[in-house]
Design a protein around this ligand. Structure first.
Ligand SMILES: NC(=O)c1ccc[n+]([C@@H]2O[C@H](COP(=O)([O-])OP(=O)(O)OC[C@H]3O[C@@H](n4cnc5c(N)ncnc54)[C@H](OP(=O)(O)O)[C@@H]3O)[C@@H](O)[C@H]2O)c1
Length: 395
């Protein structure tokens, strides 16, 4: 469908007459058919709602150019959690020299071997991998980066580049003890999603969004290297930022709407429905199932106005009236959260908790509590009714 037609239909729908509502339904139907137009390739400056931002794109780095750029390098991935897995396998598939460094005999050592990394050839203890690598990709857990830094830092000699996937360690140096070695490039590529998605999107030929930044530029080529590495590990679009902005927005987002906020909103809504005599299935369906199975994917596809316009006029009227009330109630909470991120409170909490030897069991206790909330127990029964239900994952 032509852009002009789409925009005319959108415009018509906004006038909210029954005819316009039908026009929007047509838009909905038509949108489902053709493929989205191919993104313009190689564009570096894009207009985001009036603000011009730099976005780098994979097409700037065709595979032969990427391989040529890294032909004298060895990427040493230190840590093999979800990012190590996704970024490492993608870079390896891109034909770059990659080795993995993890604790010998640990869980990651086993997982790396399952993914085809070979002890003594491409899989080494951490110290050995750092010695062999030219680009040291610190993908240990954030708490482990802090705990191991005194041993790792002296190994990062002047000829190496240091890479992170989170601004956490360097921005909160006062708490983490991680400071950049002098005279080397220190860069960041932080994929905006789980390492599992980094891998699946790459395999689908797409590529995840990532933030890239430079902390220290010793060679004058640090940003170029960050861009090339972003592509090497499977990024589709790389957005330029700073270490500070990356870590503030990341910690804030996951505590807010992405994870903490969504659980809080779901639970509060569910509880009020139950207190007013609604059954668990009704409360779950109206809170979670409709959101995740129907409405949130529409927001993802075309935005909030599209989702609103795809719903009944009754729903639309009420949502438009209540959205500002929720915004006003939540804004002070978000302000408090941002301040708590900015002043390092969230970092200290994270380091303290995740630095405990038994952090995995402690986490499991708390996430089990969520899993046992009536809301999520009811959800398991609802999920079983889905035609594509394949059972629950083993945790
Ligand atoms: N996961 C995400 O969604 C995501 C997204 C973007 C950026 N990031 C960033 O990417 C980085 C890596 O995150 P991740 O989620 O992939 O990793 P993770 O699961 O948090 O960390 C796992 C790795 O850390 C190692 N490790 C833990 N404690 C250690 C210690 N004391 N000494 C040596 N190794 C230790 C583990 O090895 P063992 O198996 O031997 O314990 C494992 O290889 C972090 O900076 C994170 O913030 C993560």
């Amino acid at each position: 469908m032509q852009r002009a037609t789409v925009s005319a239909l959108r415009q018509a729908a906004r006038q909210a007459t029954p005819k316009a509502a039908r026009a929007y339904s047509l838009l909905t139907a038509a949108r489902a058919l053709p493929k989205a137009p191919a993104a313009t390739r190689g564009v570096k400056t894009l207009d985001f709602a009036g603000t011009k931002e730099t976005v780098y794109e994979r097409s700037d780095w065709p595979l032969p150019k990427l391989q040529e750029y890294f032909k004298n390098d060895t990427l040493a991935l230190i840590g093999y959690g979800s990012q190590g897995h996704g970024q490492g396998l993608n870079a390896r598939d891109n034909g770059i020299n990659v080795i993995v460094g993890v604790r010998e005999g640990g869980e990651s050592w086993k997982q790396a071997q399952e993914d085809g990394w070979v002890p003594g050839k491409t899989l080494f203890p951490i110290e050995e991998a750092i010695n062999k690598g030219t680009i040291i990709m610190n993908l240990l857990s954030d708490a482990a980066q802090s705990q191991t830094w005194k041993d790792i830092k002296p190994l990062i000699t002047k000829d190496k580049t240091l890479y992170f996937s989170h601004g956490f360690s360097l921005v909160y140096a006062k708490d983490t003890g991680v400071t950049a070695p002098e005279g080397i490039d220190v860069i960041l590529c932080a994929p905006k999603g789980s390492g599992r998605t980094v891998r699946t999107l790459f395999k689908e030929g797409r590529g995840i969004n990532a933030s890239i930044a430079v902390w220290q530029d010793a060679t004058g080529k640090a940003m170029e290297k960050a861009r090339a590495l972003a592509v090497a590990v499977g990024t589709g679009y790389a957005y330029e930022t700073t270490f500070e902005k990356e870590v503030y927005s990341d910690l804030y987002g996951e505590r807010g709407v992405l994870m903490g906020g969504i659980q809080g909103m779901f639970l509060a809504q569910y509880k009020v429905l139950r207190e007013n005599g609604h059954s668990p299935s009704e409360a779950f369906n109206e809170t979670v199932e409709e959101a995740t199975q129907s409405l949130f994917p529409l927001i993802g596809q075309y935005g909030m106005d599209y989702m609103y316009n795809a719903c009944s006029t009754t729903a639309r009227r009420g949502a438009l009236d209540w959205a500002p009330i929720f915004e006003a109630a939540n804004k002070p909470v978000f302000e408090k959260l941002y301040a708590s991120v900015r002043d390092g409170t969230e970092t200290r909490r994270s380091l303290e908790f995740n630095g405990q030897p038994n952090y995995r069991e402690e986490f499991a206790k708390e996430t089990r509590e969520i899993d046992n909330q009536e809301l999520w127990v009811a959800g398991r029964t609802v999920r079983k009714l889905r035609p594509d239900y394949k059972g629950e994952p083993v945790q």
